[in-house]
Ligand binder design. Structure first.
Ligand code: HEM
Length: 396
């Protein structure tokens, strides 16, 4: 059947996951509105046309069935220039050996020893703003901490910190054109290539040297595979932690009781981190439909793209009572902020560690704070949503 003869997709509900004005004003408010007003799975004509999951159950179904919903094309609309990212863009069975190879580097016991260094970095960043009594939290703290941690973990020379951080900020800038982002990706890949080549010639006791020497089904990773792994780490580990911090701090700026609770009892901070991730999950991940399939009454066809907005799982009333409310008293924190199924985030222990260390330090050193609206607190839409700025003030 040709495209023109194929039955139209329905139900239709127009929604632009990158540039919807409501989304740019407040991405979580807009997705919540969509959850209450649009069908469980719907088609939008934006970006060449694609499906959108609009219930937690539909999102879970998509993520848990990689044989039906492939991540080989991980962008809407499909981007032929997207550099390969391993293991995220691999389906079973290819995905497994790479995941197995990488898992030991990200297990909690491998990540725990980093705590002291994450603490030092956090103290340094807070020390630089504390007497000022205000900061652009995104620029001064959230965008810096994960870069420092990533560079140290991976084994990048720290003297490149300023240059590297600028590359990260420019790459994730919502206003960067596709050409500009492609150009920046080439520079980033150049830095990664330089690092891999240096460690191949002279291994050290760092993660990159260990990945180079590791085993994938009885062989060493090729140079191209190393680059694909490195590029994914870069994309997955930098922007995400910064965004989690910003959305979490924005909530806390308006929730005095919760701030007081974290100040009085720092033992609740791991729960706080989990709850803020549940309430403000910010990834909407794309998949590609492998075969014709029905999902919550909608008929999806092989070759269609589908967007799975992850916040919907944590907002599912069947899983979480009163999901709008942020509470550190819940017994379980059920969400998919880190995904679900075979591609569940490999860096989740590292991300949680960074967030817990950060909130502990903030509440111990600064305590209460407030948001100063300056009119530039808009959101970035797309697959990984973000707050562009977050101006905070406190009594120095
Ligand atoms: C709060 C911070 C983070 C969030 C919310 C997050 C979220 C996610 C999500 C939703 C996925 C699955 C995407 C999909 O199914 O398409 C994922 C995958 C992944 N993340 Fe994270 N991430 C975070 C931090 C990190 C960090 C710090 C690293 C490592 C440096 C990392 C490395 C990865 C990798 C390697 C994958 C692919 C796993 C696979 O395909 O098997 N992430 N992340």
């Amino acid at each position: 059947m040709t495209e023109s003869q194929a039955p139209a997709r329905s139900p239709i509900h127009e929604f632009d996951y990158i540039a919807d004005p409501g989304l740019l004003a407040d991405c979580h408010a807009r997705y919540w509105e969509l959850k209450t007003t649009a069908p469980p799975v719907f088609w939008t004509n934006a970006h060449g046309g694609h499906w959108v999951c609009n219930t937690g159950a539909a999102v879970t179904q998509v993520l848990r069935h990689p044989e039906k919903f492939s991540s080989r094309i991980l962008s809407i609309p499909p981007n032929p220039n997207q550099p390969m990212m391993i293991p995220e863009m691999l389906d079973p069975p290819e995905h497994r050996p790479y995941r197995q190879m990488l898992r030991p580097f990200f297990e909690s016991k491998a990540i725990a020893p980093l705590e002291a260094r994450v603490s030092e970095w956090t103290d340094e960043l807070l020390g630089a703003v504390i007497d000022r009594g205000e900061c652009d939290f995104m620029a001064d703290i959230a965008s810096k901490l994960p870069v420092a941690v990533f560079m140290e973990l991976f084994g990048f020379p720290m003297e490149k910190f300023t240059e590297f951080r600028q590359l990260v900020v420019d790459f994730f800038n919502a206003r960067a054109s596709a050409e500009e982002r492609h150009r920046l990706a080439q520079i980033i890949l150049g830095h990664l290539a330089e690092l891999f080549q240096a460690r191949m010639a002279e291994p050290r006791d760092d993660m990159v040297s260990k990945i180079i020497a590791s085993d994938i089904d009885g062989r060493k990773p090729t140079f191209d595979e190393l680059m694909s792994i490195g590029f994914l780490m870069f994309l997955a580990g930098l922007d995400t932690v910064a965004n989690a911090m910003c959305f979490g701090m924005r909530h806390l700026a308006h929730d005095e009781k919760l701030r007081q609770r974290a100040i009085d009892d720092p033992a609740v901070i791991p729960n706080l981190v989990e709850e803020l991730l549940r309430r403000y999950a910010f990834v909407a991940t794309p998949r590609y439909v492998v075969e014709d399939i029905e999902l919550e009454g909608a008929l999806l066809r092989a070759g269609d793209s589908i967007l799975a907005p992850l916040p919907l799982v944590g907002w599912d009333e069947g899983l979480t009572e009163d999901p709008r409310t942020v509470s550190v008293e819940r017994q379980f924190y059920r969400h998919a902020a880190f995904g679900s199924g075979i591609h569940t985030c490999l860096g989740l222990h590292l991300a949680r560690l960074e967030l817990v260390v950060f909130y502990r330090a903030w509440f111990a050193k600064i305590g209460h704070f407030r948001q100063i609206e300056q009119g530039d607190e808009t959101c970035r839409g797309g697959s990984v949503m973000a707050l562009e700025h977050l101006h905070l003030a406190w009594n120095a």
